[in-house]
Design a protein around this ligand. Structure first.
Ligand SMILES: NC(=O)C1=CN([C@@H]2O[C@H](COP(=O)(O)OP(=O)(O)OC[C@H]3O[C@@H](n4cnc5c(N)ncnc54)[C@H](O)[C@@H]3O)[C@@H](O)[C@H]2O)C=CC1
Ligand SMILES: O=C(CO)COP(=O)(O)O
Length: 333
């Protein structure tokens, strides 16, 4: 049993907290709001995200980061990607010096184009042996309901990956392990952009040929960039690549796919933001991923067109027409 601090009590932080508690750990959830802390501690529930789901007794909550981090052996980070740097700068001095970070986030930082593990390293000074990521087909609601699912734990140090793997192996959650942190993180961040694109196609009324074509070309685009950055292409064929793409692009539970679907139905980005408080990472990361691809000379048509739609420069139908009209090429180019 280990002591784990989870930042924060949103959908994935709470669901992963359930996994960790089911696996026998002592979990402290950090929440920004006192009403969430009270609901978790007094009623064993997080009504904002999972109303009616009873949280295990092994989960406690606090709004005090120092209390959450006291004696923590593992620090799970699950805040919106673009807010990580600022939040972590405030928490870092409170983190025990040998604690291992576990990033659940699926985004790339705007401006710097850094992956979340790179932001963690930069802000905390932790070495690669103290930074792990968890990524896979893990829609939070299904995980909170203990529906069976698998995922990947990646860390440059295989022994640490194994520790984190044991930490989160519960009765419904099966983690595999990997040392390919780059592949896992890019798979997770890119699938959100492809999920947006597929959502747009669904919103426009297109069927399964269109979505399967976008998923497959999305995977090719992800692999192209990931390999350029040193990832193993087989990682992208695994749970953190294809697995997560399939889950996100097929599920109405995905916030990214839903966001795209609303765009396809004609809503504006502002109108969609007004209807949900939950994060659709791809709406921001399409710009940073495109930036990363351009800096590395990688062709990224899906990121480019999704970014143009999100900026309001082109419409969703125009995006689909542009994909078809692109110059013909070999499939593997
Ligand atoms: N929800 C899901 O099914 C999954 C989400 N993820 C990833 O996990 C990360 C977190 O996503 P979710 O938990 O789904 O988002 P969410 O929107 O459900 O929760 C985000 C949490 O962060 C807090 N928060 C929002 N802005 C903040 C800020 N500026 N500073 C501090 N805290 C802030 C919110 O209060 C909330 O507790 C994302 O990178 C997402 O891609 C990964 C796998 C599954
Ligand atoms: O990452 C996820 C599933 O693995 C969740 O996807 P959304 O953020 O699109 O809801």
């Amino acid at each position: 049993m280990a002591r784990v601090a989870v930042f924060s009590a949103g959908s994935w932080g709470t669901a992963f907290g359930i996994v960790l508690a089911d696996a026998g750990n002592e979990v402290t959830l950090w929440a920004r709001r006192e009403d969430v802390v009270t609901a978790v501690n007094d009623r064993h529930e997080n009504p904002d995200y999972f109303p009616g789901v009873e949280l295990p007794a092994g989960i406690r909550a606090t709004s005090d980061p120092a209390e959450a981090l006291a004696g923590a052996e593992y620090v799970v980070l699950s805040v919106p990607s673009q807010s990580l740097r600022e939040n972590l700068a405030a928490w870092a001095p409170l983190v025990p010096e040998d604690a291992v970070f576990i990033s659940l986030m699926k985004g790339v930082e705007l401006g710097t184009t850094k992956r979340m593990s790179e932001v963690i390293a930069e802000v905390t000074g932790a070495g690669p042996e103290r930074i792990s990521v968890v990524s896979g087909p893990n829609l939070a609601k299904e995980i909170a309901m203990r529906e069976p699912a698998a995922s990947v734990v990646a860390c440059a140090d295989d022994a640490v990956a194994k520790q984190v793997q044991e930490l989160c192996h519960s009765r419904a959650f099966r983690p595999y392990r990997s040392t390919d942190v780059v592949g896992c993180e890019l798979g997770g961040a890119y699938k959100n952009v492809v999920g947006l694109c597929v959502g747009m196609a669904v919103g426009l009324g297109f069927g399964d040929n269109t979505t399967a074509s976008l998923i497959t070309r999305g995977l090719a685009e992800t692999a192209r960039l990931a390999m350029k950055l040193g990832a193993d292409p087989l990682t992208l064929m695994g749970l953190a690549g294809l697995g997560d793409l399939v889950a996100t692009c097929s599920s109405p539970l995905s916030r990214n796919r839903t966001f795209g679907e609303k765009l396809g139905q004609g809503l504006s980005v502002e109108e969609i933001y007004a209807t949900t408080s939950q994060v659709a990472e791809g709406a921001k990361s399409c710009a940073s991923i495109l930036d990363l691809a351009r800096r590395n000379g990688v062709d990224a048509p899906i990121a480019e067109h999704v970014d143009a739609v999100v900026r309001g420069e082109i419409g969703t139908r125009e995006m689909m027409d542009a994909f078809i009209a692109r110059e013909t090429k070999a499939e593997r180019d």
